[in-house]
Design a protein. Sequence first.
Length: 572
Amino acid sequence: MTIIAEKQCSRSDFLMWTQKRIMTMDKLNMTSLQNALKALVLLTVLSICPQGMARNLVDYRVVPLPMSIQTDTTKTFTLQSSMGIAFDDNQPELRRNAEFLCQWVEQQTGVRLQLTPADKKAAIRLTLGLSAEKEAYAIIINKKGVTIQAPEAVGIFRAIQTLRKSLPVGQYADGIQLPFATINDAPRFSYRGVHLDCARHFFGVDVIKRYLDLLALHGCNQLHWHITDDQGWRFEVKALPDLAPKGSVREQTVIGRNSGVFDGQPYGGYYTQDDCREIVRYAAERYINVIPEIDLPGHMQAALHVYPNLGCTGGPYPVWQIWGVSDDVLCAGNPDVLKFLKTVYGELCDVFPSKLIHIGGDECPKQRWKQCPKCQAKARELGLKDDGKHSIENQLQTYINREMERFMSERGRSLIGWDETLEGGLTEEATVMSWRGIDGGIEAARQHHHVIMTPTDYCYIDYYQQKNTWNAPLAIGGYVPVSKVYSFEPLVPEKLTAEQQQYILGAQVNLWTEYIASPDHLFYMLLPRLDAISEVQWCRPEQKDFENFKSRLPRMKQLYDLMGVTYCRDVE
């Protein structure tokens, strides 16, 4: 990992001030408020809970809410230090999951469990064999202890997260009281994604691991990782040794929203292929697939900076220093462009095992292509004509998309792109990510494309989450509060038939980082909107209730405090 700008939040006095308003708030006022709230919570707990059970009693109503919870609160099992976790030692994934559980229980409660052979007495048992879909699980708590069952190890992991979130946060020398219960659960959608843009601002491997920890905590199984754009190329390509070192560094960055004022400081950083493999490994241990995105044919100015011959005008092209969309894109008529892309994506496929590879395909201006002799010659060679539905230039983009789709298909991969990929026609095997509202997803589902729903109005968490933006860090604009995310329904039953709904694989929130320069700001924008999307992704519509959801957030916030991550304390 190579980093130019280590102090990501020191980009300008303006941005520092904006972030500091929300991160520090007013320490005196906050201290008084926090003390008052702590006293109120303590009085409330003591008034409603039996003596001695207020702080160490488990609550299974977690986020996301399990499908079925049956409890008998008159009976409890006490989980204490030195008790064992039993599992089949011939199953390496079960051992790893048991080790995770030991680690998390001790960090959260002070109770130290130990690994135990499967044939020995144990307080917690991890067992395979449940007949259900692979991520389903059952948790049974009775006088014998805790039994976790699932068809596969991934289900065991999901169950462990539910058990972990059920536990109180603190130090409990006398153990933890687990009410007798039977919990049965399974996710609603197979694709439960969260996006992260590391092209506009660079975040180190350690930050991405913390991001993945939060995804795992919420039952998410896909990290959509955006690693190149006009403002920086962050993926090492060994066959093109100058690409990342030169394409990752912009000479300076605009302050605020394209104010015309710049900070005058070089900014950069990129991931080596070993860094990427480490992130893939870490994610896989938490049953998260990493989908890399290298955007094409637009959002490529950082690459054009290093290889100006790949553009329509020949450059020069600086790594872009402002936000937005550059008119300079890859030249559709230059045969070297496909050679370049196949080299890049070939190495991308070598590093990332994901079945889906994201090609972007969004926001590609066509002005240069309309004026470029090479592009127009290529259109004539392909016999492209404006058919009234798809322009010549949109069909040129589809030509590039299909070339890349064939290339990746030879490597056993499938293409996924933003909904603009529909505009020039798309092969049926491609997956569409609908971001400009839900209409692109509806059309794609009707055409029998697989769809990920991620519309801006519900799923863009780089937008403000508070109406009072003065007390919030700088954001791109808009207003997507927790309640808005929570209200999202991906299947659009009023517009899609039951058969068409089957093509919608799931939903995703997107976190773009033009105005997010520090890890604290990053996690603040993510949380607790991640909680909201996790229930959209995991829970059935009839389970969802926003007021009930809000009542379950305090335990999650205790976990965030324990994990040391920033979050927005106001839920609107």
